[in-house]
Ligand binder design. Structure first.
Ligand code: HEC
Length: 153
């Protein structure tokens, strides 16, 4: 019995919370930024200003359309604060992550999805709900390997 349990449990637990925090992503390549304001369909979950970052493997993915295992894309969402006639960055809301591993995350298009709340590197907001919380919407980008954004020159 004990043997059977140790064989079964690790994969289940691994799926629930194994997308690593993207350590050092602020040193990665900036892909693009966007401000989502009230009235936009994505306002509820993603209102604010976000910056997208790609590690080296993900930069290659944006360029070639082929995403190697280990490619990581970060959606860094901050509050957008009106300050006089400017919009400035407020506190961080969430660090969204897409982590490529074609086999491990085959149920969600080969991408592990996770969100880390605010400035926390451990407080996860997605866990086992990636299929409904994230992939459901990204699935519409199937022909682009589930990635919405594009890298400009
Ligand atoms: C309702 C649709 C929707 C949902 C739900 C959604 N996303 Fe996205 N996501 C988008 C759109 C649209 C973009 C492109 C934003 C841009 O171009 O700046 C995006 C971009 C991203 C990116 C940058 C790579 C890319 O595809 O452009 C990451 C990383 C990401 N989302 C993670 C997540 C995570 C993690 C979740 C679940 C917590 C999630 N997303 C849920 C619509 C969605």
């Amino acid at each position: 019995m004990r043997v059977a349990l140790t064989i079964l449990l690790p994969p289940l637990l691994a799926l629930a919370a194994d997308v690593p925090y993207p350590e050092g992503y602020r040193n990665w390549r900036h892909v693009k930024s966007m401000v989502i304001e009230k009235g936009h369909p994505l306002y509820e979950p993603f209102g604010g200003i976000h910056h997208i970052y790609a590690n080296a493997k993900a930069v290659a993915g944006y360029r070639t359309g082929k995403w190697a295992d280990g490619a990581v894309i970060v959606f860094d969402l901050l509050e957008a604060v009106r300050d006089g006639n400017a919009v400035v960055e407020g506190p961080r809301k969430v660090v969204g992550v897409m982590h490529r591993d074609a086999k491990r995350y085959q149920d969600t298009g080969g991408w592990g999805f996770e969100g880390f709340k605010g400035d926390s590197k451990t407080e996860r907001v997605v866990g086992a709900n990636a299929a409904t919380a994230c992939y459901g919407c990204h699935a519409g980008q199937k022909e682009k390997s589930y990635v919405f954004s594009a890298m400009r020159d």
